[in-house]
Design a protein around this ligand. Structure first.
Ligand SMILES: [Zn+2]
Ligand SMILES: [Zn+2]
Length: 274
């Protein structure tokens, strides 16, 4: 499997000279294996993905794409109206979330004339199909997908994606500190090759922002250790955390994890191959 991080920020994009190393796009990740691909979330990071897809697409290619949404907060959907494949009649896009109706209503809203010149999804070229993830194992685009519910305002879904004997878990927008939801996430992530985990806060910020639905880097490391994963990727960076602070977090998190766990700080365009 190959994991590409197209956007790694939370909340809003705040590009600038102090963010060049880690980038400023909001959440979007792809998981590929051969010619199969899943897209996780549609933040601003889906725009560079869109450019990559269009650069490699031949005119007659039919794109059949699968988008799994963690939840519907702006930073996870705001890139969809700018995702070029949705304008092409040769595209089929299956969008997964917690419920078909919820995903459909949210997508329709993104393309209404209030927010977009498109005036409704019926004017898009692509065929959109809305789906809910099933409680047990789903076969989505040739990957095995299971999920659990995270602790976040309006909830967020964590996804475990498996292909062959490899497993990647995407768990963003989660406030650690509640045993039941942490244990559900730890069970989902157990033994995974890679765990991508919300790490929006420093340790001191986490104490100030209880109830906001996010974790500190230290809580992410503790969950990664409890789940026995090989590599933890700290994700959903606070928009004001600059490269210097994120590099400091990398050092502290690596020291806290010890030898049992590799810790990486996500940055836009990072590619991982477990
Ligand atoms: Zn978010
Ligand atoms: Zn959120």
């Amino acid at each position: 499997m190959r994991i590409t991080l197209w956007g790694t920020r939370g909340a809003i994009t705040t590009p600038g000279p102090s963010k060049l190393e880690h980038g400023a796009n909001t959440a979007c990740v792809t998981i590929t294996d051969g010619d199969r691909m899943l897209i996780l979330d549609a933040g601003i990071g889906i725009i560079p993905l869109s450019e990559r897809l269009m650069a490699t697409k031949r005119p007659k290619d039919h794109l059949h794409l699968y988008l799994l949404l963690s939840h519907l907060h702006w930073d996870h959907v705001i890139g969809l109206p700018f995702f070029i494949p949705v304008f092409l009649p040769s595209t089929t896009l299956e969008i997964y979330g917690r419920s078909t109706q919820e995903v459909e209503a949210a997508t329709e809203r993104l393309f209404t004339s209030t927010y977009s010149p498109i005036k409704g999804t019926e004017n898009l070229g692509a065929t959109l199909i809305y789906r809910a993830v099933e409680p047990n194992t789903n076969d989505i685009g040739g990957f095995r997908v299971t999920h659990s519910t995270l602790r976040h305002p309006a909830d967020s879904l964590a996804y475990r994606i498996e292909s062959g004997d490899q497993a990647v878990v995407y768990a963003t927008d989660h406030e650690a500190g509640d045993a039941a939801s942490d244990n559900a996430l730890i069970d989902l992530a157990r033994g995974a090759d890679i765990l991508i985990h919300d790490a929006q806060w420093t340790v001191s910020e986490q104490g100030q922002y209880e109830g906001f639905g996010h974790s500190s880097w230290k809580q992410a490391v503790d969950n990664g250790l409890a789940a026995g994963v090989k590599t933890l990727v700290l994700f959903h960076h606070h928009p004001h955390h600059d490269d210097q602070l994120l590099n400091d977090i990398a050092s502290q998190a690596t020291a806290h994890a010890g030898d049992a766990l590799e810790v990486l700080v996500a940055r836009d365009n990072m590619v991982l191959e477990p």
